[in-house]
Design a protein around this ligand. Structure first.
Ligand code: APR
Length: 252
């Protein structure tokens, strides 16, 4: 794993231009330049200001549904205000130029990849703009029927009091059915893997770089800082998603 030179960028561009299959894994750093905070960046990351177990776990939600609901409502507003950045747009344009070549796997719960043209993005950690029921209950009224809730309080089933919760994967929860299997398959089959804006701190997503590396793919990381999976990369591009991705993807 080395720091990058212009020759490295040129080599990566050639690989991306000729690859049969490309897999891209993104994390919160992908959306940082769109104004959405990351989780583990010092001072600015969510987890430097909030307790993840209190806000991103079922136990935390059950302990204080209103506080967790409010936090997600605030994050949802931020996602709705955010715009895809140059990195999202470069990935969307690449997918349009090479139909079927790119599998984009994200840990992010925003919709910026989809809005940038990667409609088939594999979401490992769910969708912050979706709601779901906390319990399986027999009534299950339509979520829109209960959405006109009291602001600041999670909507609830009028029959049994079942609460609505955000449609994201909380710590300790299973990933969406089939998502990780599809992501592993894409990592195994690809010729090139780009890993963008993730600390590599959360498994199983963090393991995808190793799957690709061991299957013989060329792995490049885009991150201004070192990550926990740098040892799986042939190349570390020390830069930001919006700064680096257009340089490696535009025109190939
Ligand atoms: N461009 C690229 N990378 C960036 C940028 C940027 N502009 N800004 C920050 N980064 C990098 C940071 O250096 C860090 O390595 O993005 C990474 C963000 O790491 P985390 O905050 O840990 O986010 P992520 O890796 O996506 O976390 C994984 O943890 O809390 C859970 O469910 C949550 O999906 C999330 C998972």
């Amino acid at each position: 794993m080395t720091q990058h030179t212009d020759r490295d960028i040129a080599d990566l561009r050639t690989r991306l231009a000729t690859a049969r299959k490309v897999c891209v894994l993104t994390g919160a750093g992908m959306s940082a330049e769109s104004g959405i905070p990351t989780f583990r960046d010092a001072q600015t990351g969510y987890w430097s200001r909030f307790d993840p177990m209190q806000l991103a776990s079922e136990a935390g939600f059950r302990a204080d549904p209103r506080m967790v609901w409010d936090w997600y409502a605030e994050r949802r507003e931020g996602v709705r205000r955010a715009q895809p950045n140059a990195g999202h747009l470069a990935l969307g344009a690449y997918a349009q130029r090479h139909p079927g070549r790119l599998t984009l796997v994200t840990q992010n719960v925003d919709d910026l990849h989809q809005r940038a043209g990667n409609g088939d993005t594999l979401r490992l950690h769910g969708d912050i703009l979706l709601d779901r029921w906390l319990e399986r209950c027999t009534h299950q009224p339509s979520l829109t029927d209960v959405s006109g809730a009291v602001p600041g309080r999670p909507p609830k089933c009028p029959h049994c009091g079942n609460l609505v919760r955000p449609g994201v994967v909380w710590f300790g929860e299973m990933l969406p059915d089939g998502a990780m299997e599809a992501a592993q398959q894409a990592a195994f089959e690809c010729d090139v893997m780009l890993v963008v804006g993730t600390s590599g701190a959360v498994w199983p997503a963090a393991g995808l770089a190793q799957v690709a590396h061991e299957a013989g793919a060329h792995v490049a990381i885009v991150n201004p800082q070192p990550s926990e999976i740098d040892d799986q990369a042939h190349l570390c591009l020390r830069g930001t998603a919006a700064g680096v991705l257009p340089r490696v993807l535009d025109g190939v």
